[in-house]
Structures are given as C-alpha cells and as structure tokens.
Design a protein around this ligand. Structure first.
Ligand SMILES: Cc1cc2nc3c(=O)[nH]c(=O)nc-3n(C[C@H](O)[C@H](O)[C@H](O)COP(=O)(O)OP(=O)(O)OC[C@H]3O[C@@H](n4cnc5c(N)ncnc54)[C@H](O)[C@@H]3O)c2cc1C
Length: 392
C-alpha cells in the first residue's frame, strides 16, 4: 500500500491518486503545505495498484544509448520568446512544434489564486500561461488520466514537469507511447505552496493591493541577476534580485522550504527518464563567452532517439551549439546533487504559523542581511559590469 512509503520520500507526483480504480486516494496538504496521498480505508480494496505505479517504490530505470546525453546550448530566435522565458525559451519552441502538429502540451500555470497547477493547452496563445518557471510545487491533479485518453486517441502529447512528475506519468501509463514526448528540467527542488502564500500575503499587505502577476527570474536586469517581479492590481510593482528577495533567499541560499523528498531526489541521475531535459546553461560564459548575452541560454539534454527526432523539428526556430556534458555539469550542481536541508528547517516551519514572512526570513537568514555581504555583492557586481564594459 502507498502509505508504506516513508512520508519524506513521497514526491507528491499523484500517480497513485490517478491510478486508484476505487478513487480511494485523495491528495491532501500536510502541515507544511505539501500534498500527500491519503487513503480512505472504507473505499480501499487492497488491490495495491497505488504501490505498483509509485515511481519511488519501483525505482524506475530506463535504458538509453544517450548516456551521457547529447548536450546543446540554445535559445529561441524569437527575441520576445527568449526574453519572456526563464532560460532561452527552448520550451516554447518545442511546444509550438507539437501544437503545429495538432498536438497537446501539458505544463504548469498559475491559477486564479496564484497557486500552480498542471493544465492542457492546444493552441499557441495558451502557451503564454505555461511559460516561465514557477518556484512552487505544481498540482498535477488528474492530468495523467487525461494524457492517457489523448494518447489512446492517437494524439501527440508533450508533457513538461519536474523529473519526479515525469516519472509519475511514465509509471502511471505503464507502457511506451510513440506519440508522447516526456520533457523535464534540471530541478533544484520545489517549494511549499504554504510558504509561498505567506510570501504573497506579506507583499499584498505591504502594497495594500492584490497581486496581479508574478514573474520569477524576470530578465529586466539581466538573466544572471535572477530577479523576482510582482505586479499589483493598482499598477505598482515590486522587484528584487535573488540576493535580496526574501523568498529566493530562503529557497536558494538557505534551503528552508523545499519538499523533504527534494533533499534526497532519486531522479537526479543518468540516464534520465525523459526524452528531453532542459535547464539554464549556468557557467557557459566561462568556456564560450559568445553564448551568454545575459538574455538567457537554455541547456538542453537529448536523452533518447525520440528526443533527438523532436529536437530536429525545433532546430529551425533556434540558435544552437553542441557542447560537452562536462561544460553542462560543471556550472549546474543540481543536475546530480540534491540541496542539503537547512538544520533549522523544522524550527522555521514551526515559526511560520506565528510570524510574518519578512520577519521570519530576517530572523532565519540573518547572515544574508549583513553589511559585509552587501559590500561583497556590490564589489562583485561592479567587477562584472567593468568586465562587460571592457569586453564591449
Ligand atoms: C522549481 C524549479 C526548479 C528549477 N531548478 C533549476 C536548476 O536548479 N537548474 C537549472 O538549470 N534549471 C532549473 N529549472 C529550470 C529552468 O528554470 C527553466 O524552467 C528551464 O530551463 C526551461 O526554460 P525555458 O526558457 O526553455 O522555458 P520556460 O518558459 O521557462 O518553461 C517553463 C516550463 O516549465 C514548466 N514549469 C514551470 N514551473 C513549473 C513547476 N513549478 N512545476 C512543474 N513544471 C513547471 C512549465 O510548464 C513550462 O513547461 C527549474 C525550474 C523549476 C520550475
């Protein structure tokens, strides 16, 4: 039974929830705000299908001739797509190629409460909702069942999600579908929706206006600065880079509120389960400076023959250059490594219920607010700008 799985190992991928023939499983938020399957004992028939489809229990493996994968640095030739995407806009170009073939694209969008959920899109306009990284766990709901129906009716489907969600779908389907393209991303880990809502509440309180739109990794000040832009209903906006935005500090520098399974992710390995993986080509400026214009450069892994065939379809819409796996892995620790949980994580979550978010972060990320750090950031930034100016 699925509840034999230790809670800290469950990724909340929802494969068990979608597969249960008696609909005895519900995904419920725990005290940290992460979804976990809960079984209704009265409805459960002990069929054990939930454990059979769990990608963690079954340690899914895929054989591949592409291990290590074929690696590309790329970006969309459409400047608008590139600038409004998180990395180089590869995802949108891949999705467009599927939609042109009358296919369907499944990805994560914000709902009306600004929470994140997976949805299915069949036209180019719909892709604008899927674009951009949302640094919260997405709720896949019953997407896997809908995807199965679409595939059984002979449609092309592109699924994009975290590596554990891609594994959940693969496991739920139980067999290969030629028309399914599985796409995942290099994933640092997903954050608690409860913490994220606290962060939004803090901003709404400060600006006395409702949040209209959130853009993580806004590129107005460059791709490398990793800024967060929040727009409000009254026309004002908030913008801070990763070194000063409290949500990004707690996520990237201090590892306080990622899902527990993200600290020991079993999907960060080769060969990858998906046909294509994407990410940011961090560090590419070290070996190939001409590939970092601070507008976003996608890192692409081609992991299978199917992935290679699809990449061929997208190539005309991209600038691309083949690179080595070493270049990719040297700048991007999250390809293999899971971030280590902060030793004060439990205490952080206890205090979350009693303190406003900004006070909590000031207390738990104290060292990120020191004058010494500000000085270091200032001189780093100055150095970067000088080098850029000299190169020009
Ligand atoms: C939580 C998270 C952590 C990440 N960590 C890293 C990292 O450590 N290193 C790295 O190189 N890259 C990381 N990425 C990936 C990177 O930020 C880009 O999403 C990726 O490179 C694709 O960029 P793009 O420009 O091609 O397309 P984008 O337009 O950015 O494509 C976004 C795609 O990601 C999907 N997506 C967005 N948010 C979520 C979500 N919460 N859950 C599931 N799917 C989502 C969308 O459906 C869409 O398909 C992470 C992304 C997320 C969401």
């Amino acid at each position: 039974m699925i509840d034999d799985l230790e809670k800290d190992k469950c990724t909340g991928c929802s494969a068990c929830y979608c597969a249960c023939p008696s609909e005895a499983i519900e995904m419920k938020a725990d005290e940290e705000g992460f979804w976990h399957p809960e079984i209704d004992r009265e409805m459960c028939t002990d069929c054990d299908i939930c454990s059979d489809v769990c990608p963690v229990i079954n340690k899914l493996q895929r054989s591949s001739n592409f291990s290590p994968p074929q690696v590309f640095a790329a970006w969309s030739l459409d400047e608008n797509v590139r600038l409004t995407s998180t990395s180089g806009g590869f995802f949108t170009e891949l999705a467009k190629a599927v939609i042109v073939r009358q296919g369907y694209v499944v990805g994560a969008r914000y709902n009306e409460r600004h929470l994140v959920e997976h949805c299915i899109v069949s036209d180019v306009e719909g892709l604008s909702y899927l674009k951009q990284s949302k640094y919260i766990q997405s709720d896949v709901g019953r997407s896997y069942e809908k995807i199965k129906d679409l595939l059984e009716s002979g449609n092309d489907v592109l699924f994009c999600g975290t590596p554990c969600q891609a594994a959940g779908l693969h496991s739920f389907l139980g067999r290969e579908y030629e028309k399914l393209i599985l796409c995942d991303f290099i994933c640092r880990g997903v954050n608690s929706p409860k913490v994220y809502m606290k962060y939004l509440a803090m901003l709404q309180n400060r600006y006395r206006s409702a949040v209209k739109k959130i853009t993580f990794k806004y590129k107005g000040y460059g791709w490398n600065r990793f800024s967060t832009l929040v727009e409000f209903e009254d026309g004002r906006h908030y913008i801070k880079d990763r070194y000063h935005d409290p949500y990004m500090l707690g996520y990237i520098e201090h590892n306080y509120y990622m899902r527990p399974s993200c600290h020991n992710c079993q999907f960060k390995r080769l060969p990858r389960l998906s046909d294509i993986s994407m990410g940011d080509f961090w560090g590419i400026a070290e070996t190939r400076p001409h590939l970092d214009a601070d507008k976003g450069t996608s890192l692409i892994f081609i992991n299978s023959e199917k992935g290679k065939r699809f990449f061929e379809l997208v190539k005309p819409a991209l600038f691309f250059e083949e690179c080595t796996f070493n270049e990719a892995s040297s700048g991007n620790a999250c390809i293999f490594e899971s971030p280590v949980a902060n030793p004060l994580r439990a205490s952080f979550f206890r205090d979350l219920n009693n303190m406003p978010f900004d006070r909590l972060i000031r207390l738990y990320c104290r060292d990120s607010y020191s004058k010494k750090r500000e000085l270091r950031l200032f001189s780093q930034n100055l150095k970067r700008r000088l080098i850029k100016a000299l190169k020009r």
